[in-house]
Write a protein that binds this ligand. Structure first.
Ligand code: ATP
Ligand code: MG
Length: 775
């Protein structure tokens, strides 16, 4: 152990060696907070604390795995295995399974992902006969999610006149009813959504003192990384569990708090000292990650924030190069700059692809970068976006698997009852749903008792329903003896899914087959891996537990030598030798909807601080003069954050743009998104034009505020018929024929879809104009 303690500096060693009682480490980026947490766990174990008594909460499951590996190398693998480590969601999902019966849930409850929740909310809105343009299902889902994270249960909602009035004022008086129906339906389906995993844990710990006492006694040492981004629900869980022993260690950085828009509460850090007795505070100041230039540049930016704790960050590392700033005319050119810089650096400095990361504010920016990297044959991996497990075909297979474990799972049932087609129509499903609601039973249970209820379903259809039930039940029998892989392979064949995709011989169909194959390979790997875990069976239940909460960042492909592309939000806690921060433009970063209040702007600035401090050796900032956004080519201004870096840390690769000269496209991008560059011309503004202010017009702001930061998850969007379209849908266009939707971006009237037509063409269409028909 001595040897390992020598890998820490003195300031880091103090919190590692801290005896019992509460402690908090507040320190800037790259100063070793995560390292302190890791070594503290190893040290506690070395001092005789049982691994079973330690709970450690991290931002991603991948971070937990890496910490565990490091700890294993210090204290030995067999002991490290017993540590409870992971994200809040994964740890408490596990606990909820043990205790589910207390809350009236089955222990094999399903975890609904955001898509499942949205789908259910959408159908509730329809069933209630509400106007879908007023009650937009994604907005409603967002709303319910924030209620849950603030611990506002349905009951609390109806007891809160203020909240109800606010919703009524917003012309949504029936939001509470939707919320109520949604919770009832989830409960009936034996399902919890992501937010429930925290909400129900809180319920469990408050309603059942003996359960609380059990886990308090079990988790005698609790450690939390990235404490600045915990929300209220998470805060309460930690507070409750650590109340008895108060052996709580939190590390964080107020300057890296970037999830306020999702309910993260910086006050959790600010109030920590009040929440526990005799809190010991520790500070770390030395950054080990980045060059001096990067550290100083980041400091010079974050100093502009008024709300922050005073902190010092310095480094002993070399000065390194200045931060390089590059301007281009279009985002395609920006992509080319990134790709060729990576290419050149790789050649000249003998670097790997995995040494580079490209970070952006919103997911939609990745496309131009991807195109350029592909052209140069540079391998890359996108994190976030549509994750593997959210692809349609994967969700189809998983829906069958979910049904085997929990036949009450309605979202899964509705998804596959007639997929592949077996002649069970919408009307039948409707009748079943109505009956299920009426009898307060699941659809599956209703189907099991068709002989007792007269639903006016003809005998032919009834037979089909019975066949479906028989099939699922036969899968359940197989599940009793087969491992997860054998079962999944059996299910893909017997359900007809595999044949369905085989039949489809289009490139998309083939890609789907390959994805299913990849899923099966993944399951097989999982089963193999479980053989090494004590008491594990490698069965379906174990696999589904594992899969329900994986985030894209968690996936280990074993092939990490690729350029990493991700949003800045996702990059928190990570580090890369070379980092490109692209799209450094006003209204993009800082994002337009974050410019109306100081606190929003300060959150954007913290986000920039996070981005810059991911770089070890070199940071590049790039911006373009025009960008294709919301269906239009707009001219862009360099981000204020570039100006905020002290000049001496910056090197301009291209001269900064003279503010009086700005590119103006002669025409707006046409509806196909193909801009004829020859039509650009340099336009000189007429004399006396006032300098452009940073703040967009009120009208623009109003429009933009409807957007939410794009984190790769579905966002609240405007209404419009085209909202029902989604990636993977097959559509038909009067002029271009049939095609498949590859991606969707923008909102409301500016919503666009990129479609690959069977003729081979790739087109981006504004949905407002393009009359598409789903086929
Ligand atoms: P962030 O705020 O970005 O989460 P952090 O404070 O958690 O950063 P770490 O990730 O723990 O910082 O450490 C940053 C880098 O510095 C890591 O590569 C880590 O291994 C290295 N490092 C930390 N402390 C030391 C040390 N005493 N000696 C050598 N390297 C160190
Ligand atoms: Mg960290």
């Amino acid at each position: 152990m001595e040897k390992y303690l020598a890998e820490l500096n003195e300031a880091q060693r103090a919190p590692v060696l801290h005896k019992d009682g509460a402690l908090m480490v507040i320190a800037g980026a790259g100063s070793g907070k995560t390292r302190v947490l890791t070594y503290r766990i190893a040290y506690l174990m070395n001092q005789g604390v049982d691994a079973f008594n330690i709970l450690s909460l991290t931002f991603t499951n991948k971070a937990a795995r890496e910490m565990k590996k490091r700890i294993a190398s210090i204290v030995g693998n067999s002991e490290a295995k017993n540590l409870w480590m992971g994200t809040f969601h994964s740890v408490f999902a596990k606990i909820l399974r043990y205790e589910a019966d207390k809350l009236g849930y089955p222990s094999n409850f399903t975890i609904y992902d955001t898509q499942d929740s949205q789908r259910l909310i959408n159908s509730i809105i329809k069933e209630m006969g509400l106007d879908k343009d007023v009650y937009k299902y994604k907005q409603v889902q967002n709303r319910i999610s924030s209620y849950k994270n603030s611990l506002i249960t349905v009951k609390a909602y109806f007891n809160n006149a203020e909240l109800m009035e606010a919703d009524a004022m917003a012309k949504k008086p029936r939001l509470g009813e939707i919320y109520q129906a949604y919770c009832e339906r989830c409960f009936k389906a034996g399902a919890m959504d992501f937010d429930d995993l925290l909400l129900k844990t809180n319920e469990l710990l408050t309603r059942f003192p003996e359960v609380l006492a059990k886990y308090q006694d079990r988790f005698r040492y609790i450690l939390v990384d990235e404490y600045q981004d915990t929300n209220h629900s998470q805060y309460l869980i930690v507070k409750a569990l650590s109340d008895r022993f108060q052996n709580i260690c939190v590390v964080g950085d107020d300057a890296q708090s970037i999830y306020a828009f999702r309910g993260a509460n910086i006050n959790n850090i600010m109030n920590f000292q009040k929440d526990y007795d005799n809190v010991q505070m520790y500070r770390l100041e030395q950054n080990y990650r980045s060059t001096r230039n990067i550290v100083n540049a980041a400091n010079s930016v974050i100093e502009k924030n008024k709300t922050r704790l005073d902190k010092v960050v310095w480094t002993d590392n070399d000065d390194g190069n200045a931060i390089k700033v590059h301007r281009s005319v279009t985002d395609a050119e920006e992509g080319r700059f990134v790709a060729s810089t990576i290419f050149d650096n790789k050649m000249q400095l003998q670097l790997k692809d995995g040494d580079f990361a490209v970070l952006y504010r919103t997911n939609s920016q990745s496309r131009a970068i991807e195109d350029a990297l592909r052209r140069k044959d540079i391998p890359y991996r996108i994190y976030g976006g549509l994750s593997f497990y959210q692809r349609k075909e994967i969700k189809d297979v998983l829906a069958y698997l979910r049904l085997i474990l929990n036949p009450k799972d309605e979202e899964a049932l509705v998804r596959v009852i007639n997929y592949p087609a077996r002649g069970i129509g919408q009307t039948t499903i409707q009748k079943l749903t109505v009956a299920a609601n009426h009898y307060k039973r699941s659809i599956f249970e209703v189907m099991e008792h068709l002989d007792k209820i007269d639903l006016k379903i003809n005998s032919g259809t009834r037979r089909k329903l019975e066949d479906f039930i028989t099939m699922i039940k036969s899968f359940q029998v197989t599940n009793q003896s087969a491992d997860a892989f054998v079962l999944a392979e059996h299910v893909t064949k017997k359900s007809g899914l595999l044949q369905e995709f085989k039949k489809d011989g289009t490139p998309e169909g083939i890609a789907r087959m390959e994805n299913i194959e990849e899923l099966l390979n993944g399951i097989q790997d999982f089963v193999e891996g479980q053989k090494e875990v004590a008491d594990a069976k490698g069965d379906l239940a174990e696999f589904m537990e594992d899969v329900a909460l994986v985030t894209d960042l968690d996936k280990d492909t074993g092939d990490d030598d690729r350029v990493a592309l991700m949003t800045i939000h996702l990059a928190k806690g990570l580090e890369f030798p070379y980092v490109f921060i692209v799209g450094m433009e006003e209204e993009l970063f800082p994002s337009a909807m974050s410019m109306s209040t100081r606190s929003e702007l300060e959150e954007e600035r913290r986000l920039f601080y996070v981005a810059l401090t991911r770089a070890e050796k070199q940071a590049y900032l790039t911006y373009t003069q025009s960008r294709y956004r919301w269906g239009k080519l707009i001219d862009a201004e360099p981000s204020r954050f570039i100006e905020e870096i002290e000049d001496k840390y910056i090197e301009y690769l291209t001269p900064p743009l003279d503010a009086s000269y700005r590119y103006k496209p002669m025409i707006d991008a046409d509806i196909f998104g193909e801009v004829d560059k020859s039509k650009f011309r340099l336009k000189k503004p007429t004399a006396g034009t006032p300098p452009t202010s940073h703040k967009p017009s009120e009208e623009k702001l109003r429009k933009l505020r409807k957007l939410k930061p794009d984190l790769g998850e579905p966002v609240a969007q405007d209404g419009g018929d085209h909202n029902s379209l989604s990636v993977g849908d097959k559509v038909s266009h009067t002029r271009f024929g049939n095609g498949v939707i590859i991606s969707i971006e923008g909102v409301g009237n500016d919503k666009k879809a990129e479609i690959r037509f069977d003729t081979g063409g790739l087109k981006k269409l504004l949905l407002r104009f393009a009359k598409l028909e789903v086929i």
